[in-house]
Design a protein around this ligand. Structure first.
Ligand SMILES: [Fe+2]
Length: 235
């Protein structure tokens, strides 16, 4: 029987082959001119068909219980900030050693990510995709990889991430047993961008966005959403 690391390594190897469409984009970066202009105007862009979808779904299904067991639950309560405004609220699970202040907890989470081969997967994927990200956004470099997990009812209300500076998050969300996604402010409205396994979201820090509550489609099956993120910052 394969260990978790062996299974993850086998699926990661196939994931890193990317799709023919991604290889074509990487070979001829001029193909992305329209995508670069969309990112400049909205601060958000989806590039479809970057990762092989069935491999990514299988890997996500394998990772979810493992990552859940080392995750930190994020609970950000809404507060009334005036008679007409409410602060940002959120509930979800985070696996991101860079967001943990306690050295022991941080080291333990980083160790598990290393052991499972996920630190390596993140940096290998970032190495492959950096030319494309730079073509779309400009001179940026990969910093680290993180994972967010959403269970039934989890959400992040409308916010932007201006407080973290000009970071760009490159995300690979996958929703299981539900139609999940992200909403982004574009041309005056919050517009739904559904998760499609294998698509790559490029999320600037100043775009207004939210993760709608994860809804149950089926009485017997819990919805889940995994988002693998690669954090890039300006050079
Ligand atoms: Fe955000």
């Amino acid at each position: 029987m394969r260990t978790d690391r062996e299974t993850i390594q086998a699926l990661s190897g196939r994931l890193l082959e990317l799709t023919p469409r991604a290889m074509q984009l990487l070979e001829d970066l001029t193909l992305t001119e329209s995508e670069a202009s969309e990112f400049r105007s909205t601060g958000f862009l989806t590039v479809p068909d970057v990762l092989p979808a069935t491999v990514w779904v299988r890997l996500a299904e394998h990772l979810l219980p493992l990552l859940c067991s080392i995750s930190i639950r994020v609970g950000l309560e809404h507060r009334e900030t005036s008679a007409t405004t409410l602060s940002v609220g959120a509930t979800f699970r985070r696996v991101d050693p860079h967001r943990i202040h306690e050295p022991d907890v941080r080291a333990k989470m980083a160790f598990v990510l290393d052991e499972l081969g996920l630190t390596e997967l993140g940096s290998s994927l970032a190495d492959l995709l950096t030319p494309l990200i730079r073509r779309i956004v400009g001179p940026l470099s990969f910093r680290h990889c993180y994972f967010y997990i959403y269970e039934e009812g989890d959400y992040v209300s409308i916010h932007n991430d201006h407080q973290v500076g000009d970071r760009v998050d490159v995300q690979f969300p996958v929703s299981l047993n539900t139609a999940g996604g992200i909403r982004v402010l574009s041309r005056g409205y919050m517009q739904m961008r559904y998760d499609v396994a294998g698509s790559m979201n490029v999320l600037g820090s100043r775009v207004w966005h939210e993760v709608p509550p994860l809804l149950r489609n089926d009485a017997n099956t819990a919805p889940r959403r995994l988002n693998m993120g690669l954090r890039f910052t300006p050079d």
